[in-house]
Write a protein that binds this ligand. Structure first.
Ligand code: HEC
Length: 185
Protein backbone atom coordinates (compact mmCIF):
# COMPACT_ATOMS: atom_id res chain seq x y z
CA UNK A 1 0.00 0.00 0.00
CA UNK A 2 2.77 2.33 0.92
CA UNK A 3 4.55 1.69 -2.36
CA UNK A 4 1.31 2.13 -4.26
CA UNK A 5 0.73 5.55 -2.70
CA UNK A 6 4.30 6.53 -3.36
CA UNK A 7 3.92 5.57 -7.03
CA UNK A 8 0.68 7.46 -7.28
CA UNK A 9 2.41 10.48 -5.88
CA UNK A 10 5.14 10.19 -8.47
CA UNK A 11 2.75 9.72 -11.35
CA UNK A 12 0.98 12.83 -10.10
CA UNK A 13 4.18 14.84 -10.33
CA UNK A 14 5.01 13.47 -13.76
CA UNK A 15 1.57 14.39 -15.07
CA UNK A 16 2.00 17.85 -13.66
CA UNK A 17 5.37 18.16 -15.36
CA UNK A 18 4.36 16.88 -18.77
CA UNK A 19 1.36 19.14 -19.34
CA UNK A 20 2.07 22.33 -21.21
CA UNK A 21 0.62 24.62 -18.62
CA UNK A 22 1.30 23.66 -15.02
CA UNK A 23 -2.01 22.78 -13.50
CA UNK A 24 -0.67 21.56 -10.25
CA UNK A 25 1.73 23.68 -8.25
CA UNK A 26 3.74 21.36 -6.13
CA UNK A 27 5.55 24.10 -4.23
CA UNK A 28 3.63 27.27 -5.08
CA UNK A 29 5.89 29.46 -3.00
CA UNK A 30 8.64 28.99 -5.60
CA UNK A 31 6.39 30.24 -8.35
CA UNK A 32 4.90 33.12 -6.43
CA UNK A 33 8.13 34.09 -4.82
CA UNK A 34 7.82 37.06 -2.52
CA UNK A 35 11.26 38.23 -3.72
CA UNK A 36 11.35 41.24 -6.02
CA UNK A 37 11.91 40.15 -9.59
CA UNK A 38 14.58 41.87 -11.61
CA UNK A 39 13.40 44.63 -13.97
CA UNK A 40 10.19 45.21 -11.97
CA UNK A 41 8.79 48.70 -11.40
CA UNK A 42 10.28 48.68 -7.95
CA UNK A 43 13.76 48.73 -9.46
CA UNK A 44 15.45 52.06 -9.08
CA UNK A 45 15.62 53.87 -12.38
CA UNK A 46 18.93 55.52 -13.29
CA UNK A 47 19.41 59.18 -12.51
CA UNK A 48 18.22 61.41 -15.34
CA UNK A 49 20.96 61.91 -17.89
CA UNK A 50 22.78 58.68 -17.02
CA UNK A 51 24.83 57.37 -19.95
CA UNK A 52 26.32 53.96 -20.57
CA UNK A 53 30.05 53.78 -19.90
CA UNK A 54 32.21 55.00 -22.81
CA UNK A 55 29.19 56.46 -24.58
CA UNK A 56 29.85 59.94 -25.90
CA UNK A 57 26.58 61.63 -26.85
CA UNK A 58 26.42 63.39 -30.21
CA UNK A 59 25.52 66.99 -29.47
CA UNK A 60 24.16 68.10 -32.86
CA UNK A 61 20.56 67.60 -33.94
CA UNK A 62 19.72 66.38 -37.45
CA UNK A 63 19.26 69.95 -38.69
CA UNK A 64 22.49 71.20 -37.17
CA UNK A 65 24.79 69.89 -39.87
CA UNK A 66 26.34 73.26 -40.64
CA UNK A 67 27.18 73.92 -37.02
CA UNK A 68 28.65 70.43 -36.70
CA UNK A 69 30.59 71.09 -39.88
CA UNK A 70 32.14 74.21 -38.37
CA UNK A 71 32.95 72.74 -35.00
CA UNK A 72 33.95 69.12 -35.58
CA UNK A 73 37.52 68.52 -36.64
CA UNK A 74 38.94 65.30 -37.99
CA UNK A 75 41.33 64.05 -35.29
CA UNK A 76 43.07 61.70 -37.76
CA UNK A 77 45.55 62.61 -40.42
CA UNK A 78 46.42 60.99 -43.71
CA UNK A 79 48.78 58.06 -43.52
CA UNK A 80 48.96 54.75 -45.27
CA UNK A 81 47.42 53.20 -42.17
CA UNK A 82 44.42 55.53 -41.83
CA UNK A 83 43.70 55.40 -45.57
CA UNK A 84 43.84 51.62 -45.70
CA UNK A 85 41.57 51.42 -42.67
CA UNK A 86 39.26 54.08 -44.09
CA UNK A 87 39.05 52.29 -47.43
CA UNK A 88 38.06 49.10 -45.69
CA UNK A 89 35.33 50.92 -43.73
CA UNK A 90 34.08 52.79 -46.80
CA UNK A 91 33.88 49.61 -48.84
CA UNK A 92 32.10 47.85 -45.99
CA UNK A 93 29.46 50.46 -45.23
CA UNK A 94 29.14 52.97 -48.05
CA UNK A 95 30.09 51.25 -51.30
CA UNK A 96 26.87 49.25 -51.57
CA UNK A 97 25.01 52.50 -52.33
CA UNK A 98 27.62 55.10 -53.24
CA UNK A 99 29.75 52.79 -55.38
CA UNK A 100 33.45 52.02 -54.99
CA UNK A 101 34.30 55.36 -56.60
CA UNK A 102 31.63 57.38 -54.77
CA UNK A 103 29.77 58.27 -57.96
CA UNK A 104 26.52 56.68 -56.82
CA UNK A 105 26.42 53.41 -58.74
CA UNK A 106 26.47 50.98 -55.83
CA UNK A 107 25.33 47.40 -56.30
CA UNK A 108 21.99 48.13 -54.59
CA UNK A 109 21.15 50.81 -57.19
CA UNK A 110 18.64 51.14 -58.86
CA UNK A 111 16.60 48.95 -56.50
CA UNK A 112 17.47 51.62 -53.99
CA UNK A 113 17.34 55.19 -55.34
CA UNK A 114 20.70 56.34 -56.65
CA UNK A 115 22.47 58.53 -54.10
CA UNK A 116 24.04 61.80 -55.17
CA UNK A 117 27.69 61.74 -56.21
CA UNK A 118 30.22 62.28 -53.44
CA UNK A 119 32.23 64.30 -55.99
CA UNK A 120 29.77 67.17 -56.26
CA UNK A 121 31.06 70.67 -55.72
CA UNK A 122 28.89 70.78 -52.59
CA UNK A 123 30.37 67.71 -50.91
CA UNK A 124 33.91 68.63 -51.97
CA UNK A 125 33.47 71.97 -50.24
CA UNK A 126 32.04 70.39 -47.12
CA UNK A 127 34.35 70.05 -44.14
CA UNK A 128 35.14 66.61 -42.75
CA UNK A 129 32.87 67.52 -39.82
CA UNK A 130 29.93 68.15 -42.14
CA UNK A 131 30.35 64.70 -43.69
CA UNK A 132 30.75 63.21 -40.22
CA UNK A 133 27.38 64.71 -39.43
CA UNK A 134 25.68 62.95 -42.36
CA UNK A 135 27.14 59.59 -41.34
CA UNK A 136 26.16 60.16 -37.72
CA UNK A 137 22.66 61.55 -38.16
CA UNK A 138 21.73 60.33 -41.61
CA UNK A 139 20.18 62.54 -44.25
CA UNK A 140 16.72 61.99 -45.72
CA UNK A 141 16.81 58.54 -47.36
CA UNK A 142 20.20 57.72 -45.93
CA UNK A 143 19.89 56.42 -42.39
CA UNK A 144 22.22 57.08 -39.48
CA UNK A 145 25.27 54.86 -39.14
CA UNK A 146 26.06 56.01 -35.61
CA UNK A 147 25.43 52.63 -34.04
CA UNK A 148 27.35 50.60 -36.62
CA UNK A 149 30.37 52.80 -37.27
CA UNK A 150 32.49 54.10 -34.41
CA UNK A 151 33.53 57.77 -34.57
CA UNK A 152 37.15 56.85 -35.28
CA UNK A 153 36.06 54.65 -38.19
CA UNK A 154 33.91 57.49 -39.52
CA UNK A 155 36.86 59.89 -39.51
CA UNK A 156 39.09 57.36 -41.25
CA UNK A 157 36.58 56.64 -43.99
CA UNK A 158 36.14 60.37 -44.54
CA UNK A 159 39.90 60.62 -45.18
CA UNK A 160 39.53 57.88 -47.75
CA UNK A 161 36.53 59.68 -49.28
CA UNK A 162 38.80 62.72 -49.66
CA UNK A 163 41.32 60.56 -51.47
CA UNK A 164 38.56 59.39 -53.85
CA UNK A 165 37.57 63.00 -54.48
CA UNK A 166 41.13 64.01 -55.22
CA UNK A 167 41.57 61.05 -57.55
CA UNK A 168 38.59 62.28 -59.58
CA UNK A 169 39.48 65.98 -59.38
CA UNK A 170 43.21 66.16 -58.65
CA UNK A 171 44.83 69.43 -57.64
CA UNK A 172 47.73 70.68 -59.76
CA UNK A 173 50.02 69.76 -56.90
CA UNK A 174 48.66 66.20 -56.98
CA UNK A 175 49.49 65.91 -60.68
CA UNK A 176 52.98 67.31 -60.08
CA UNK A 177 53.53 64.87 -57.24
CA UNK A 178 52.32 62.00 -59.39
CA UNK A 179 54.67 62.98 -62.25
CA UNK A 180 57.57 63.04 -59.81
CA UNK A 181 56.52 59.66 -58.50
CA UNK A 182 56.46 58.20 -62.04
CA UNK A 183 59.90 59.66 -62.81
CA UNK A 184 61.30 58.12 -59.66
CA UNK A 185 60.15 54.67 -60.72
C1 HEC B 1 21.54 52.51 -48.18
C2 HEC B 1 22.27 53.34 -49.09
C3 HEC B 1 23.33 54.25 -48.51
C4 HEC B 1 24.40 53.91 -47.74
C5 HEC B 1 24.80 52.54 -47.25
C6 HEC B 1 25.13 55.13 -47.51
N1 HEC B 1 24.51 56.17 -48.10
FE1 HEC B 1 25.14 58.07 -48.13
N2 HEC B 1 23.46 58.61 -49.09
C7 HEC B 1 22.50 57.76 -49.57
C8 HEC B 1 21.44 58.54 -50.18
C9 HEC B 1 20.20 57.99 -50.85
C10 HEC B 1 21.78 59.90 -50.02
C11 HEC B 1 20.98 61.10 -50.43
C12 HEC B 1 20.17 61.54 -49.23
C13 HEC B 1 19.36 62.78 -49.56
O1 HEC B 1 18.45 62.67 -50.39
O2 HEC B 1 19.63 63.83 -48.97
C14 HEC B 1 23.07 59.90 -49.35
C15 HEC B 1 23.76 61.04 -49.03
C16 HEC B 1 25.06 61.07 -48.59
C17 HEC B 1 25.85 62.26 -48.44
C18 HEC B 1 25.38 63.68 -48.75
C19 HEC B 1 25.50 63.95 -50.22
C20 HEC B 1 24.82 65.20 -50.66
O3 HEC B 1 25.06 65.64 -51.79
O4 HEC B 1 23.99 65.76 -49.89
C21 HEC B 1 27.08 61.87 -47.98
C22 HEC B 1 28.27 62.76 -47.68
C23 HEC B 1 27.03 60.45 -47.81
N3 HEC B 1 25.79 59.99 -48.19
C24 HEC B 1 28.06 59.68 -47.35
C25 HEC B 1 27.93 58.33 -47.02
C26 HEC B 1 28.95 57.59 -46.36
C27 HEC B 1 30.32 58.11 -45.97
C28 HEC B 1 28.45 56.34 -46.18
C29 HEC B 1 29.09 55.18 -45.47
C30 HEC B 1 29.31 55.37 -44.08
C31 HEC B 1 27.12 56.31 -46.74
N4 HEC B 1 26.84 57.54 -47.24
C32 HEC B 1 26.29 55.20 -46.77
C33 HEC B 1 22.51 56.39 -49.50
C34 HEC B 1 23.41 55.67 -48.74
Amino acid sequence: MKIFLFNLFFVGIMVACSSEKPTYEYMPDMMDSPAVKAQKETMRSPVAGTLPRNYVPYPYGVEEGDLAGQQLKNPLSISRETLTYGKDRFNTYCMVCHGADGKGQGSIVPKFPMPPSLHSEKVRQWTDGRIFHVITQGQNLMSSYATQIKPEERWALILYMRALQRAVAPKDSDIEAYKKYLQSQ
